[in-house]
Design a protein around this ligand. Structure first.
Ligand code: ADP
Ligand code: MG
Length: 463
């Protein structure tokens, strides 16, 4: 644990009934920092906050507060206060009494309460609002009362769970700045939760990107934007072209059939990688001035730049350029080696290969039946003798989700969906393994689907 951690989570595992919600999470939260837990809905952000606050106890792992293990310390004995999206103010009390509530519970002397509440209301810019019923306040003002109420007890750590989620865009932007200033002014540790990447990047000292109950990356907003750790982070933060590549050797990557210079080293020879290129990092040139060429498919003016869609070897790229391009024109796409980001694949070599015994075969109908995770699956137009071992190689395009709800395998979990320029690359998890599927449909992550195999696209051989 680092010296200046206020809160430290160590190998936290958390389940609801049998469902894994947090999978071995470790995170150090430093004193006086503004850290944001960022991730799509359902990835486990709120659960992480609830564990820090003491409302949930992890099945395994430790929660430390300034070096002391607090797993069994109840919420009111931790130096933590939470601000929720729904302000959870007492509607029948006025502003003063809402903010004073916690101090009265602590039996602070009346004169001191008065001083503290006055000071706190000034800090959140609500001086003179003491007597106002909270119901008469705007959403933004109510949220400031909620923040004042959380801060007034002087906690070490303030937890904020999507506190601006209920406000409209303009007010949310203003409040983002206010909250950040408030954090600096009060020198408290803020742990902020949002699913809005822009909000996270503008407000935070550090961002912790979560995906599916695991931490995908922790770093400064710049780190996370410029050096995403994997395709999920690159896809979730900002806009990105994510393309399958092959690392030929140090500083050389093959991308869409073209060999490009990059600055990354230490990969294996011919290792498949994910390549991330931000739209603003593609320089438009004359076709003969760049190794990659593409045809302009669409141009949208975005105020500062043009957003240009370019088709390059079947792959659709997004490019930002201050110069408009003509639809149908061929352009060159030049990328500085420093702007080509090479990332390890999140799931190393996922394959759909099945090696199994023939369970049953039917010569007359020319079919072979195998047992797949305990389910009988019959392969048409293929005959292999019973008892033989066969290998079935299924390309990603041979997998699909059953439209009629009946799959070869039911209840297969969608772990990630990444747009790879041409298709979505979808990673699925069944009881025993992971699968990689290619699809043009935007499937919903973290749902259960029936998975089918098109054996007509498979290569089957005896082993
Ligand atoms: P986030 O805040 O990132 O949207 P949560 O931490 O609230 O995510 O939830 C993570 C997962 O835990 C979700 O799949 C959610 O459905 C599940 N979950 C949350 N609360 C409960 C609960 N009380 N019982 C069962 N599952 C829950
Ligand atoms: Mg939540």
């Amino acid at each position: 644990m680092k010296q200046n951690s206020v809160v430290s989570l160590k190998d936290i595992n958390f389940k609801y009934s049998n469902e894994v919600i947090l999978n071995n999470i470790s995170l150090d939260i430093y004193d006086k920092e503004f850290i944001t837990l960022l991730g799509p809905s359902g990835c486990g952000k709120t659960t992480t906050l609830r564990i820090i606050a003491g409302f949930e106890t992890p099945q395994s792992g430790e929660v430390y507060f300034e070096g002391d293990k607090v797993n069994d310390v109840p919420p009111h004995k931790r130096s933590v206060n939470t601000v929720f999206q729904k302000y959870a103010l007492f509607p029948h009390l006025n502003v003063y009494d809402n903010v004073a509530f916690g101090l009265k519970l602590k039996k602070m002397p009346k004169s001191e309460i008065e001083k503290t509440v006055k000071h706190m209301l000034a800090v959140v810019d609500l001086k003179g609002y003491e007597k106002r019923p909270v119901r008469s306040l705007s959403g933004g003002q109510q949220q400031r009362v909620a923040i004042a109420r959380a801060l007034v007890c002087d906690p070490k750590v303030v937890l904020l769970d999507e506190p601006l989620g209920a406000l409209d865009l303009k007010l949310r932007k203003d409040m983002q700045i206010e909250l950040k200033q408030l954090q600096q002014k009060t020198q408290k540790t803020f742990v902020y939760v949002t699913h809005d990447q822009e909000e996270a990047l503008t407000m935070s000292d550090r961002v912790c990107v979560m995906n599916n109950g695991v931490i995908a990356q922790v770093g400064t907003p710049e780190d996370i934007y410029n050096e995403p750790a994997n395709a999920f982070v690159a896809d979730f933060i900002g806009e990105a072209n994510i393309i399958n590549g092959i690392m030929l050797e140090d500083c050389k990557v093959r991308l869409l059939g073209v060999d490009l210079d990059c600055v990354d080293k230490g990969f294996e020879k011919n290792q498949p990688v994910d390549v991330v290129i931000r739209p603003e990092d593609v320089e438009v040139t004359a076709p003969d001035q760049a190794k990659l060429n593409g045809v302009v498919e669409n141009v949208i003016f975005k105020g500062v730049h043009f957003e240009i869609s370019v088709k390059c070897n079947n792959c659709l790229w997004l490019i930002h350029s201050t110069v408009a391009q003509k639809v149908g024109d061929t352009i060159g796409m030049r990328i500085d080696p420093y702007n080509i980001h090479i990332m390890e694949k999140m799931f190393l070599n996922p394959t759909n290969d099945i090696i199994t015994d023939v369970y049953y075969s039917d010569k007359e109908n020319n079919t072979t039946t195998i047992l797949l995770e305990g389910v009988e699956v019959t392969i048409p137009d293929a005959y292999f003798e019973e008892g033989k071992k066969i290998k079935i190689v299924l390309p990603p395009e041979a997998l699909y989700i059953a439209g009629d709800g009946v799959g070869h395998l039911d209840e297969v979990y969608i772990e990630s969906v990444i747009w790879k320029g041409e298709h979505n690359e979808i990673i699925l998890e069944s009881d025993e393994r992971k699968w990689i599927m290619q699809s043009d449909i935007d499937e919903q992550v973290a749902t259960y689907v029936p998975l089918c195999f098109d054996f007509g696209k498979a290569e089957i051989s005896e082993v």
